[in-house]
Design a protein around this ligand. Structure first.
Ligand code: ARG
Length: 448
C-alpha cells in the first residue's frame, strides 16, 4: 500500500493514515496524473533510460487505468495515501514489475506540482466559458436597452439619469477584466515543473524541455527547488476567483435591491426564486443572496493559502497538501455561481416603466440644468448655486424641475428661456451624453 515502506518497521497508525491521506480529495487529479506519467515515460524512453518495450507496456497500463477510472470501473481505494500512489500501485498490478520503473527520475513533489498546474490549466477554459456566457447574456440585454432610462446612483442616492445598457455595461467591463486576469495567470504559470525531482533535480539525463513540450507548456521551470515549492499560481488563481466573486456579489446586491418591493426595477423569474414556509406572499432572491454569500467562502480560501504558505522554508513541505481542497472548492463554487447567475439574469424581467419613472424623480437632471446656464455664459459655480435654490423651491412645491413654471426660473435668472425644458428632458440628459463610455455613446455603439 505504501510507496515508502522500506525504512519502516511498524505499520502506520490508522489515525495517522487518515489524517495524512489526500486521496479522498486529490483523486479528481487522476487524468492530469496519468497525462503527466505518459509524458514522463515517453521522455524516459527517448533518453534511453527505459526501452521502447518497457515504455509501451507502461503506456498500455496507464491508458487502461485512465479508461477504467473514466468509466468508474476503477474506484480510488482509500487505503492508499494519494492519487499518485494509487495509480502507481494499480499500474504494477496490471503490468507487473516493469510498472516499478515509472517513477524513475521523478518525485511526488514534482509530480503533484505538475498535476495541480495541469488541473488549473484545464479549468481555465471552463471559467472562461462561464464568464463569456454571462457577458453574452449581458450584451443581449444591453443592445435592447440603450434607450431604457433609469437612475444612476452615487451613495445610493439618485445622481444622474442613465440607461440599463450603460449600467450593465459597467459589469460587462468587470467581467472582461476577469477574463484577462485568468489569461495573465495562465501565461505566467505555464512552465513545466516535471523533472525537478524531490528538490534538486536528478542525475538521470532527463530532457525536461521535451516533457514540457509534450505537455504543452511554454518551457520547463528554471529552478528545481522553486518548481516543487511554488504555489504562487494557485494564489493568483484564488485572487482572480475572489475578484470574480466580488463582481458577482456586487451585481447580486443590486439585483436583490432592484427586486425588492421598494425598487421593483426587476422581477426574478419564478424558476429562479424561492418561497417562505410561513409568509405566503414571499418570493425571495435566494440565488443572488447565495452568490453574495459564497463570496466569503472563496475569499476564505485565498486567505487560507496565503497563510499556509507564509512561513514555509524551501522546498516541499506537507503543509502544501492543504492547497487542494480550497482550490477545488473555489473553482467549483465560482463555476456554479457563474452558471446560476447567468440563468437568473437571462430569465429576469425588467420593469422599464418603473425604472423610467424613477429616473425622472429625484432631480437627476439638476446637473444638466446647471450646464444650461453654463452654456449661456454663467460660471459653473454660480450655476450650481442657482439650481440648488431652484431645487429647494421645487421641494417646497412638491414638483420636479420639469414641472417648475418658466416664471420661477426667470425670477432667479433672466437667462432661462423656454428651451430649458428641452435641455433637462430625460432624452437630452441621457442621449446627449456622447463622451466615450457614457450612456449616449452606447446608442451609437450598438447601432447596427
Ligand atoms: N499528497 C501530497 C500533496 O498533495 C503529494 C506530495 C507528497 N510528497 C511527499 N514528499 N510527501 O502535496
Amino acid at each position: 500500500m505504501k510507496l515508502w515502506g522500506g525504512r519502516f518497521t511498524k505499520e502506520t497508525n490508522q489515525l495517522v493514515h487518515s489524517f495524512n491521506e489526500s486521496l479522498s480529495f486529490d483523486s479528481r487529479l487522476f487524468r492530469q496524473d496519468i497525462r503527466g506519467s505518459i509524458a514522463h515515460v515517453t521522455m524516459l524512453a527517448k533518453q534511453g533510460i527505459l526501452t521502447n518495450t518497457e515504455r509501451d507496456l507502461i503506456l498500455e497500463g496507464l491508458n487502461s487505468i485512465l479508461a477504467d477510472m473514466e468509466s468508474g470501473a476503477l474506484q480510488p481505494d482509500l487505503q492508499y495515501e494519494d492519487i499518485h500512489s494509487f495509480i502507481e500501485a494499480n499500474l504494477i498490478e496490471r503490468v507487473g514489475d516493469v510498472g516499478k520503473k515509472l517513477h524513475t527520475g521523478r518525485s511526488r513533489n514534482d509530480q503533484v506540482a505538475l498535476d495541480m498546474k495541469l488541473y488549473v490549466r484545464d479549468e481555465i477554459p471552463v471559467l472562461n466559458t462561464g464568464i463569456m456566457n454571462l457577458m453574452d447574456t449581458l450584451e443581449t440585454i444591453m443592445k435592447e436597452n440603450v434607450h431604457t432610462y433609469m437612475p444612476g446612483f452615487t451613495h445610493l442616492q439618485k445622481a444622474q439619469p442613465t440607461t440599463l445598457a450603460h449600467h450593465f455595461g459597467a459589469y460587462y467591463e468587470m467581467f472582461r477584466r476577469d477574463l484577462s486576469r485568468l489569461a495573465d495567470l495562465h501565461e505566467r504559470m505555464n512552465e513545466c515543473p516535471l523533472g525537478a525531482g524531490a528538490l534538486a533535480g536528478t542525475t538521470y539525463p532527463l530532457d525536461r524541455e521535451y516533457t514540457a513540450e509534450l505537455l504543452d507548456f511554454n518551457c520547463a521551470t528554471s529552478n528545481s527547488m522553486d518548481s516543487v515549492s511554488d504555489r504562487d499560481y494557485l494564489i493568483d488563481l484564488l485572487s482572480a476567483l475572489s475578484i470574480i466573486m466580488m463582481h458577482l456579489s456586487r451585481f447580486s446586491e443590486e439585483i436583490i435591491l432592484w427586486n425588492s418591493n421598494e425598487y421593483q426595477f426587476v422581477e426574478l423569474d419564478d424558476s429562479y426564486s424561492t418561497g417562505s414556509s410561513i409568509m405566503p406572499q414571499k418570493k425571495n432572491p435566494d440565488i443572488a443572496e447565495l452568490v453574495r454569500g459564497k463570496t466569503g467562502r472563496v475569499y476564505g480560501h485565498l486567505m487560507a493559502l496565503l497563510t499556509t504558505m507564509k512561513g514555509l522554508p524551501l522546498a516541499y513541505n506537507k503543509d502544501m497538501q492543504e492547497d487542494k481542497e480550497g482550490v477545488f472548492d473555489a473553482l467549483d463554487t465560482v463555476i456554479d455561481c457563474l452558471t446560476l447567475f447567468t440563468g437568473m439574469v437571462k430569465t429576469m424581467k425588467f420593469r422599464k416603466d418603473v425604472m423610467e419613472k424613477s429616473a425622472a424623480k429625484g432631480f437627476t437632471n439638476a446637473t444638466d440644468a446647471a450646464d444650461y446656464l453654463v452654456n449661456h455664459g454663467v460660471p459653473f459655480r454660480d450655476a450650481h448655486g442657482i439650481i440648488g435654490q431652484l431645487v429647494l423651491t421645487c421641494l417646497d412645491k412638491g414638483i420636479s424641475l420639469d414641472e417648475l413654471p418658466l416664471e420661477d426660473y426667470k425670477a432667479i435668472s433672466p437667462v432661462f428661456e423656454e428651451d430649458i425644458y428641452d435641455a433637462i428632458s430625460m432624452k437630452t440628459c441621457v442621449e446627449k451624453r456622447m463622451t466615450l463610455g457614457a450612456p449616449g455613446e452606447y446608442i451609437t455603439r450598438y447601432q447596427d
